[in-house]
Design a protein around this ligand. Sequence first.
Ligand code: EPZ
Length: 427
Amino acid sequence: MDKFVIRGGNPLLGTIRVSGAKNSALPCMAAAILTADEVVLENIPQVRDIDTERKLLESMGATVELGYGRAQHRTTIQCAVLSDPEAKYEIVKTMRASSLVLGPLVARVGVARVAVPGGCAIGGRPIDLHLRGLEKMGATITQEHGSIEAKADRLHGAHILFDKITVTGTEDLLMAATLAEGETLMENCAQEPEVTDLAAMLIGMGAKIEGAGTSTIRVTGVEKLHGVRHRINPDRIEAGTFLIAGAITGGDVNVDCCNPAHLAAVIAKLEQCGVRMEVGKDNIRVRSEGVKLQGADMSTVEYPGFPTDMQAQFMALATQAEGTSTITENIFENRFMHVSELVRMGANIRVEGRTATVRGKTPLSSAAVMCSDLRASASLVLAALVAEGETILDRVYHIDRGYEHIEEKLRGVGAQIRRMGEVFGKR
Ligand code: EPZ
């Protein structure tokens, strides 16, 4: 189990380059299933989940070239023949986003088998809304031995109204609808930038889609889709994480190659806490030397609201802000795994139901802490950057799932951080 060792106290100074968005790259890689042609995706982040998706696609019969340093973070995928349209449990249990292959497989080859994802640290992660949508489009769904099978000679258009807003549910059914016969109307859709990014790729493949990025999406199915070269959006959550790294350490950090328009709710909340930022066209500079942070209340909501994927990171910042911050997690039922670890470092946090009350400012001191999930891990890194002494973070493979070489990026702006153990994706 590799660990991070972080000595706190350095204000971060300099520029950090944001990588491509993991949560865009995953659906876009799955979209390659929809065509027998070659698909090229650029600005792919070098993170563990992408490698997992490569293994998943290869297990189904796809050829996947995944280059990093040499190929400028590009992947070339060709699903000429999909001999085994199945996402097996050993892969699905490590990455719930494997369910994104459901819709494309049924649409392309008429059958999909996906191991029931099972829960994870942050919640149950059901896919009932994905399945209900596919049934409305004509798929027959069966479940046995822990695996779901969806079958359809050819999907047909349908009117889908999501009971709950679901990001990958919207993406999964959007992909299915591109090859379905007739019109599909999807309402109460997720509006996240990752949905818009996927739609742009699909349109580049010849799909007919209107309204991506709004709550209502219309799709007119086509017979076939062709190959495409598509560049993945910058990762808005990685960018937000580094903004907080600059703010929490009282530093001066330029977060470069990002899309500030995707971070409006995060920028507004940080400004409410007293964080000073200069917002450019594709960068945000956070200047926090001498700034006294003020606590602020925050509730996670679907985009364009404050993202649940930034909740843990915001909580770390709140521990260094004067006053009380109430943080309410409305999306997932168990996304406070970072609280106990932050408390062990000296934070004053009390959880009641979906709300955590943070009282600051409390000095943090180093401790041996355990990473539990991707964003909780990011929260502990942020806390360690200001904790007195040397903090040891265990099980950092969680953070490698969604942050590319985070220790190198942070060291590049003066953080005292080093990894002990094997390095994922060593160049
Ligand atoms: C996506 O997960 C992201 N993952 C998550 O990021 C993110 O936290 C989440 O959206 C919310 O923004 C990817 O895009 C790969 P949901 P997803 O379906 O699609 C319930 C990270 O840290 N629900 O929008 O799985 C569900 O239980 C990850 O990068 C159903 O009830 O989330 C949750 O309470 C973590 N039935 C709510 O909806 C369903 O069929 C929103 O989940 C689907 C979802």
